[in-house]
Design a protein around this ligand. Sequence first.
Ligand code: URA
Length: 279
Amino acid sequence: MDSPQAYHEYHAALAALRWQLEMGASEAIGDVPVSRFDLPEKSPASRPRRRAAPPPAVSPTAAPAAATPDPVTLARQAAAAAADLPALEAAIAAFEHCELKRGARNTVFADGHPSARVMVIGEAPGRDEDRLGRPFVGRAGQLLDRMLAAIHLDRTAEGANGVYITNVLPWRPPQNREPTPEEMAMLTPFLERHVELAAPDLLILMGNTPCQALLGRRGITRMRGKWDQAMNLPVMPMFHPAYLLRNPAAKREAWADLLEIQDRLRHLAPDGRPAPQRG
Ligand code: URA
């Protein structure tokens, strides 16, 4: 780099590019950047004049236009119509009423084997999950794998040692922000159908977001480690692995919760499915 200024400009451009990738930009639409600040302002005369729209003609006998169902109703209908997991995945991928979808690179549906006795539910894809289209593949996911391995569960296994993993949200929220109540309301019907179709023996809820979606409340510090029930299934709320990465001291509680789950799996009357075996 020739001068300090060129060096500075190079790093500023690189940072701007990284930021755009982070925001989900995946395509260049011009060879030369356009600075909208430098474009001449359009004079009022050159702007197309908008005519005031005439009032709609109302016939006294016309039937009222059918109201479009709201996105939550549409989500419920789409979820209920899915007869199996591939149909549910297709229904989510075709759902166009959630803005998050527009900012995401991939729809992240699930990982692991759906016949597993244990279903883990996280919050939403992060950057790595959005890029690869699979849940829990970043640092938090690697910790999750190690935690599950400690009680002989493995997302690559089938049968007794298998585990099935999904999230409340199939699309990454911008900058990993928390889902809004509207997004939760719209996407929870898909999650509930997902649980129904996978039919696990128990659920592990990672952090507040899945607790809010399936138990209707949050407060993971108080809720963790205590069995609850949702959709007629035993539910164990746990600290999210991303929280454990930031607060390693809380791993002690997570370990206790994992042992609880292991114990429950041993004693839960399995519908013909055996308890996890040591690897
Ligand atoms: N955090 C989550 O809750 N889910 C993922 O898939 C990744 C990180």
